[in-house]
Ligand binder design. Structure first.
Ligand code: ADP
Ligand code: MG
Length: 348
């Protein structure tokens, strides 16, 4: 037996996902001149002269990120690509290429993987990107999919998490909370199905939120819209982990505080209705739900007239100085500190 040279055993839950990444990577200092932004943003940004390349990677694991009992493989393939493209758009870049790596057990027949790739192909077609490679290997514990996405942007047009300024407006695209509530409905139906497999549920009143969970879209349109409106956000991040977690990232990396207004958070009527049905507070879901793949950005107040009234963009608060802290201003006009309870792969 191998001798245990390292008797100290620190549980990963002590660090949490972000603590772990920081801990493991703190000694990595970029040495290449081309590394404009390495670890710590939605994508890395590489400067190759006239053009800049952005690159991002994600790993999806069966049983952790998806459940094949209600996630059709076609949707899974689509989603695996889209969530990566979202990280490219969050840099204000256009996605161009992806590589796809899979680890698969022999529980899957060829037809299942064909379905997975149908989804990948559909995403590649709709988002106008090329699939340029990957890797295939076997797995003893379910399906794993890793996607790496590349994109480009003009020099100087990248938007990092760290560029927000005090008094900037905090803006979110679309509406949030849908993906999480869609998952709640799917989980409930799975339990019902276990008890009564002949039950055909009527999910017609949940179509929007289920689609938000099973077939999310990345906001390529927003990158184009911002260009048309001639608005360059001062910072941007994609909302994969819930609003509060992403707001905290922007604040920490920009060294600022924030006032977020509860009444301004955009919610679809289906999210509100489903929250009532499940007896959950919709603000809690918007703050902590995750997987909405909308973009959260800060813009200078001078740009407000350019975005005013645009149905895609909602002002939900503004940035303050660091010592004011990060707060949710509630409907009752009280101030509650914002804390991250979002999706955290390692810490429960
Ligand atoms: P996102 O939620 O946008 O996918 P993550 O929270 O996964 O981002 O990652 C935050 C940052 O840490 C990114 O810059 C990512 O590339 C980097 N990162 C994540 N995991 C690792 C790892 N195991 N080794 C090195 N860098 C990592
Ligand atoms: Mg991200």
């Amino acid at each position: 037996m191998l001798e245990d040279k390292n008797p100290q055993r620190t549980p990963l839950s002590e660090l949490g996902e972000f603590g772990l990444i920081d801990h493991l990577t703190k000694s990595f200092k970029p040495k290449q001149k081309s590394t404009l932004k390495g670890i710590g943003d939605d994508s890395a940004v590489l400067d190759f002269g006239k053009n800049q390349v952005v690159i991002s990677t994600d790993l999806l694991v069966e049983g952790v990120h998806f459940d094949l009992s209600y996630m059709p493989l076609k949707h899974l393939g689509y989603k695996a690509v889209v969530v990566n493209l979202s990280d490219i758009y969050a840099m204000n870049a256009m996605a161009t290429h992806v590589t796809i790596s899979i680890a698969v057990s022999n529980r899957f027949p060829l037809e299942a993987l064909e379905e997975l790739y149908e989804g990948i192909e559909t995403a590649a077609r709709l988002y106008d990107i090329d699939v340029i490679g990957g890797d295939t290997t076997s797995s003893t514990s379910g399906l794993m999919i890793s996607v790496t996405a590349l994109g480009t942007l003009k020099k100087g047009s990248e938007v990092l998490r760290s560029g927000a300024k005090a008094n900037d407006l905090l803006v979110v695209t679309g509406d949030i909370g849908g993906a999480y509530m869609g998952l709640q409905v799917l989980e409930r139906e799975k339990e019902v199905f276990k008890v009564n497999p002949n039950n055909q549920p009527d999910l017609s009143m949940y179509t929007y939120i289920i689609e938000r969970q099973l077939k999310p879209e990345a906001r390529k349109d927003i990158v184009k819209l911002l260009e048309q409106l001639k608005v360059k956000p001062t910072s941007m991040i994609d909302i994969s982990d819930g609003l509060s977690s992403e707001i905290i990232h922007l604040c920490k990396q920009s060294d600022l505080g924030v006032d977020l207004y509860e009444t301004k958070i955009p919610l679809d009527p289906q999210v509100i209705a489903t929250c009532e049905e499940f007896d959950i507070d919709s603000t809690t879901i918007a703050l902590n739900g995750g997987e909405d793949y909308e973009l959260l950005m800060t813009i200078s107040q001078a740009d407000f007239p350019k975005i005013k009234g645009n149905p895609n963009l909602t002002v939900i608060g503004y940035m303050t100085d660091k010592k004011s802290g990060m707060h949710l201003v509630t409907r009752a006009d009280t101030r509650i500190p914002i804390i991250a309870k979002g999706w955290n792969a390692i810490k429960d």
